[in-house]
Design a protein around this ligand. Structure first.
Ligand code: PPS
Length: 357
């Protein structure tokens, strides 16, 4: 049999052979790439729509909500997250993340701006706050649960971060300083104070509002703070709370003065940055909180936290902070100021610092 092979000239044949070989190799790789991409999409789709197909990954008990700021309160125990909210952080993160006992406590004074201070401080990347008041050292029932329980109330933190909690009742509870010292004798303590009369009015307003909410009868401020004979009613607890030197004495019997930072609560309202900067220095942290984090909110009448330049992002404290105070008669104010003046002097002497109260 004769087969008629019409071969092109030799040179042309070699070039076309090479080019056809190149084309077919490129086509081959292209098809593989397309196949890999399509299978990837199919796999992702399957995992997305059929959660049962997802591989079970053993977890370390610490999970991170993806794409949210890693260094804020984003760490949750497993039960708080749904399946599609969780990813596992790499081991180098989980090993360094722990709930730590606080290295700093805001001990009081109640109604002086303790919440504002805690919230504002937590803007610092190296500060982690316990969101709720913990009351470990002043409430027997909690204290009896021990340090493991206390630690479990703290947020997850990295070793370089400072954990802070605030429980204003600590300041006025006699046995608290000793208890804190027994746990951490070098702890950093912060006391927020404001004009004792303003603090008293704030305390009264809170109690009055709570009673009104429960439908209970209320007395006017004047009726509450003055006794029948017209003297200041020292039987009224909020008056005693404002006698700062009496409570502070117990703390300074236990801790050296350098371990305590006094924050001016009135200044915290007017110019939070000044006080926050003092706290950063006290905690030996870099100065990372700045004026751009705050915006004076006209409606609230206080500084609120602002994320970036977005006015929609203003985060103000709750309605229970910054309540309207009742009008107080000038004579009563005078009487209260006169009453507190010698006590304030004792306080100034004790702390080596003056206020214009
Ligand atoms: N930025 C900002 N926003 C709102 N409120 C602010 C702020 N800074 C300080 N304050 C003042 O904080 C007062 C409440 O104090 P505390 O947080 O210590 O109260 S509490 O003891 O925790 O209940 C609260 O007292 P009242 O004005 O009487 O409500 C405020 O005056």
């Amino acid at each position: 049999m004769f087969i008629d092979l019409k071969l092109p000239p030799e040179k042309t044949s070699l070039v076309s052979f090479k080019s056809s070989l190149k084309e077919s190799t490129t086509d081959h790789y292209r098809s593989i790439a397309v196949a890999v991409i399509i299978s990837g999409f199919l796999l992702l789709g399957a995992l997305l729509f059929f959660p049962a197909l997802r591989p079970h990954v053993p977890h370390s008990g610490i999970l991170i909500r993806p794409f949210q700021n890693l260094f804020q309160d984003t760490l949750f125990p497993l039960e708080l997250l749904s399946d599609d909210e969780i990813i596992l952080p790499p081991r180098w993160i989980t090993e360094r993340l722990q709930r730590r006992l606080p290295q700093c406590i805001i001990i009081g004074v109640r109604k002086s701006g303790t919440r504002a201070l805690l919230e504002f401080l937590s803007l610092h990347p190296n500060i982690k706050k316990a969101s709720d008041e913990v009351h470990f050292f002043d409430e027997e029932q909690k204290y009896s649960r021990g340090l493991q329980w206390y630690r479990s109330q703290m947020p997850y933190s990295f070793p370089e971060q400072v954990t802070v909690e605030k429980s204003p009742a600590y300041f006025i509870t006699r046995y608290v300083p000793q208890r804190i010292k027994a746990v951490n004798s070098s702890i950093a303590l912060i006391l927020v104070v404001r004009n004792p009369v303003t603090r008293l009015i704030s305390d009264y307003t809170q109690t009055r509002d709570n009673r009104l909410k429960k439908g209970k009868p209320v007395r006017t401020f004047e009726e509450t703070v003055l006794a029948k004979d017209g003297d200041v009613n020292i039987g009224y607890k909020p008056i005693r709370v404002s006698l700062y030197h009496r409570h502070l004495r117990h703390w300074l019997n236990v801790f050296p003065r350098e371990q305590l930072l006094i924050v001016d609560g009135d200044m915290l309202v007017e110019n939070p940055m000044k006080e926050l900067s003092n706290v950063e220095s006290f905690l030996r942290l870099d100065h990372r909180i700045n004026g751009s984090h705050f915006h004076f909110n006209q409606t609230k009448g206080f500084y609120c936290i602002r994320d970036g330049l977005n006015p929609q992002s203003d985060r103000c404290l709750s309605k229970t902070k910054g309540r309207a105070h009742p009008f107080v008669n000038e004579d009563v104010l005078q009487k209260l100021n006169d009453f507190f003046r010698p006590h304030n002097e004792l306080f100034y002497e004790m702390i080596g610092q003056r206020f214009d109260w």
